[in-house]
Design a protein around this ligand. Structure first.
Ligand SMILES: [Zn+2]
Length: 52
C-alpha cells in the first residue's frame, strides 16, 4: 500500500465555519460543535441560556 502523506483534499472549501470563541476555522457547523465540545465545553454551556 502506498501511503501518501500529502493528500490534502481541499476541493471544496466552502463549508468552513468560524468558531465564535477562538476564531478557528472548522468544517461546517458539525465541526464547530465538536470543537466547542472539546475546547470550549464550559463556554458552550454558558452560551446556552439556563443550561445549568
Ligand atoms: Zn474555538
Amino acid at each position: 500500500m502506498t501511503k501518501k502523506s500529502r493528500t490534502d483534499k481541499r476541493s471544496k472549501s466552502g463549508a468552513q465555519t468560524e468558531c465564535p470563541i477562538c476564531k478557528k476555522m472548522l468544517r461546517g457547523a458539525k465541526g464547530v460543535k465538536m470543537h466547542m465540545d472539546e475546547r470550549h465545553a464550559d463556554q458552550r454551556a454558558n452560551a446556552q441560556a439556563g443550561a445549568k
